[in-house]
Design a protein. Sequence first.
Length: 295
Amino acid sequence: MIALVTGASSGMGREFSKILARRGFNLVIVARRRQRLEELRRELTEQYGVKVKVLVHDLSDPDECKALYAEVENARIDILINNAGFGVFGKFTETDLDREIEMIDVNIKALHILTKLFLRKFVKRDRGYILNIASLAAFTAGPYFSSYYASKNYVLQLTKAIYEELREDKSNVYIGAFCPGPVKTEFNDVAGAEFAVAGLDEAEAAEYAIEKMFDGQLIIVPKMYAKAAAAMQRFVPTKVMLAATGKLQRSRTLKEPELPAPVNTGGDMKLRLSDDELEQAISGIVDDIKDINEL
Ligand SMILES: NC(=O)c1ccc[n+]([C@@H]2O[C@H](COP(=O)([O-])OP(=O)(O)OC[C@H]3O[C@@H](n4cnc5c(N)ncnc54)[C@H](OP(=O)(O)O)[C@@H]3O)[C@@H](O)[C@H]2O)c1
């Protein structure tokens, strides 16, 4: 059995590869940094005696995504982990457009292409697993991290819709989305941000995701983030949720911007909450929610 992991040169992708190798899967590991992948290949073959193929691709190029698929089309891939991704942090009017487009190409386009190509094959065989790495960011909008949050919303909604199509067809193919909050990886350095809260250990996060994937869970949220995810899925006035998320994101690294008090410009809801009132609203939401891990 073979598992293909994108973004295996670092962070959670490297951990997914280790966990699957330990479980006896041969691997195809993909990213741009060849040396990192070769080091991982050596480690996994020596430690677990599995076969590991290194494929270097820049997944921001759709042609490279298709070339990757063509290279492994005849191999019996059983698991696809769509993990490659990154963030661009900052105020929307100030972030670099080309970098954001590249992010959309990796986080959305590459994941979309690989999901479709592999899923068609898995459906024909009526067997296979696709785990898409989304984020807690997938449940809401993210001021100061806007396009990253939006890209992860795409990943989650696409995955949920495909899940239902597979369920209707009584397919045995699995698709699910992993939605962690902060995890300690190279993500922050790449995004140019600091986490406002302590992150999960990357190995623990990956272990949890793989375990729940094999349990068939559709939306996988590590326990410590379950309350926040549930709060985001409940009905919370949009402007309260935006102000809360914006406040959290702003506290990453950006200096406190000089924003005027948010005023209602379109609908009939006004948001004129003081910081204390906002904190109260957030803790009220979080307090009375239940764990969604059973989804
Ligand atoms: N860390 C967090 O807090 C967190 C939370 C929620 C979700 N996530 C998601 O988890 C996934 C893994 O991120 P991570 O935290 O493990 O970050 P990471 O340590 O920075 O790893 C990102 C991986 O993506 C690969 N990648 C980036 N651009 C690529 C491209 N153009 N082509 C091919 N591969 C590319 C990188 O490899 P190369 O640079 O070698 O190409 C690297 O292996 C991402 O989808 C991220 O959005 C992370």
